[in-house]
Design a protein. Structure first.
Length: 494
């Protein structure tokens, strides 16, 4: 007589069919728990809460009698009422990790399994990392390509080149939109309608605006979104991946970060789909490589460094930045901002909880870096307000890549620029009250002037870095440097 296996408890970011219906789990009952306490504790963007609840409820509906959906104040409350120990995969935050292991000591969890949402295991990453004191994504990415045989011809990269980033930096066209086929969009249903009503009833003070669901929350939806991207949009993704268009927020981006971070898609399935499109000649190798680098390179890199760097990583503040986030920034008040690029980025976060990686890094992040915003506070702001932002996602992205607060552990230089870069890579400056060429005056671009104020503030550090030393030399030749510094010290309007 065979015993019934323990139920599998799934967190809201572990919803994929490749997880709950993997051969080792096919006979398990599925437990899903909506924790009111967790929702209140996390807070954040209204649309992210909607995605999490909608995903769990859609999965419960899909699995029918195989699934139990519990609605409880806390996870422990539901597990106690369940009355049977469960198995669970490693969650994606340290707090949740500690919690499930505490539940295991109480007997409520029978086994904690490895997290199935990434291609590389944590043990394999630690073996690769060894005793290194700094990390570069490109080195990791090339090892990932070799390990998983992605875009490889034998022991050489397909096409003879590892990285086609130099081909993927085109400015936006003069048209208002790219004119490509639209992304896949979901159709809301009764489940989404009920989620919206239940979120209203919770009376939690969410950030951002409510709005239609924009991202996949089921495996079938995620596969449709992936297929639409590969078949209709990947070909134009690479060229313009670093560009920004005010009237075309999706451009050719995949919009797959949400379903990937809900674990609705296996990352290797995603990169294989892009590789197949390149191998068949449907898209240029440069377009496929740029997308694959984001998935098998950057996403995995960020995940593993979250664990490798440890809990204290978010306290790094090597640039001694302590300015609190201003109310207009914290409140996503895009209407309070004059700079077109910054206003548009805040509007995107407010209205949909998402802008692509260049507004995140080179507008929101660059602004914060120039203005000396506290990096830990900024990290929490990104986590709370982005629908694809979780505890594991933001520390390396913000502390390391965006704010250089780790002193260069994982990025070779601070990422910031003046208005000239924004003017080149976006269409915002055409309709902005500020002039990207002006450093001083009422119409002086806050990014242009802010860049030189930042350079002056950190000139010792920047002079010692061969990638940024020239900026200090240029700054020292500015005839109006004193006026710039005085102006930016008093600037309150952006």
């Amino acid at each position: 007589m065979t015993s019934t296996p323990e139920p599998l408890w799934l967190f809201a970011d572990q919803l994929g069919r490749h997880i709950h219906s993997a051969p080792e789990h096919a006979d398990r009952e599925i437990i899903l728990i909506e924790s009111t306490a967790a929702l209140r504790r996390r807070g954040g963007h209204r649309q992210k809460a909607h995605l999490l609840l909608s995903g769990m409820r859609h999965l419960a509906a899909e699995l029918g009698e195989r699934a139990q959906l519990w609605q409880a104040d806390g996870y422990r409350d539901a597990l106690v009422q369940l009355g049977r120990p469960v198995v669970v995969h490693e969650p994606t935050s340290r707090a949740a990790h500690d919690f499930v292991h505490a539940l295991a000591e109480e007997g409520l969890v029978a086994e904690v399994l490895p997290n199935p949402s990434f291609a590389l295991s944590r043990d394999d990453f630690e073996t690769w990392a060894g005793t290194a004191s700094s990390f570069r994504m490109e080195t990791f990415y090339r090892e990932q390509r070799r390990r998983f045989d992605i875009l490889m011809d034998g022991d050489r990269p397909a096409g003879g080149t590892w990285n086609y980033d130099h081909e993927n930096r085109e400015s936006p066209p003069k048209s208002e939109t790219l004119g490509v086929d639209p992304p896949w969009w979901p159709t809301e249903d009764e489940i989404d309608e009920q989620v919206r009503a239940d979120l209203d009833a919770l009376e939690i003070e969410w950030s951002g605006a409510d709005g239609p669901r924009l991202f996949a929350v089921t495996t079938d939806e995620a596969n449709e979104a992936l297929r639409t991207f590969i078949d209709q949009r990947l070909a134009t993704f690479g060229r313009y991946e670093d560009a920004i268009m005010g009237a075309d927020w999706t451009m050719s981006h995949s919009l797959l970060s949400v379903p990937l971070n809900l674990s609705l898609l296996d990352p290797l399935d995603v990169v294989h789909a892009a590789e197949d499109a390149a191998r068949s000649g449907d898209v240029d190798l440069a377009a496929a490589e740029g997308f694959i680098r984001q998935i098998i390179g950057w996403r995995e890199f960020v995940w593993h460094l979250y664990w490798h760097f440890g809990a204290e990583y978010v306290t790094n503040n090597k640039l001694d930045a302590h300015v609190p986030l201003p109310d207009w920034f914290r409140d996503l008040d895009a209407d309070a901002v004059t700079a077109r690029c910054l206003s548009d980025a805040l509007e995107g976060v407010r209205d949909r909880g998402w802008v692509h990686h260049i507004p995140r890094l080179m507008i929101l992040g660059s602004h914060a870096l120039q203005r000396n915003y506290d990096p830990a506070e900024l990290t929490e702001w990104f986590r709370a307000n982005f629908v694809d932002g979780y505890e594991w996602v933001m520390p390396v992205n913000v502390i390391g890549m965006s704010q250089h607060a780790d002193g260069g552990l994982m990025a070779t230089k601070p990422y910031t620029s003046g208005g000239a870069y924004i003017n080149k890579m976006s269409d915002h400056c055409r309709s902005c009250d500020y002039n990207p060429k002006k450093r001083v005056g009422d119409d002086a671009c806050p990014f242009t002037a802010g860049y030189w104020a930042f350079t002056h503030r950190h000139q010792e550090m920047l002079s010692a870095n061969h990638r940024t030393a020239r900026a200090v030399s240029t700054m020292n030749r500015l005839s109006d440097l004193d006026a710039v510094l005085e102006q930016e010290a008093d600037r309150e309007v952006f």
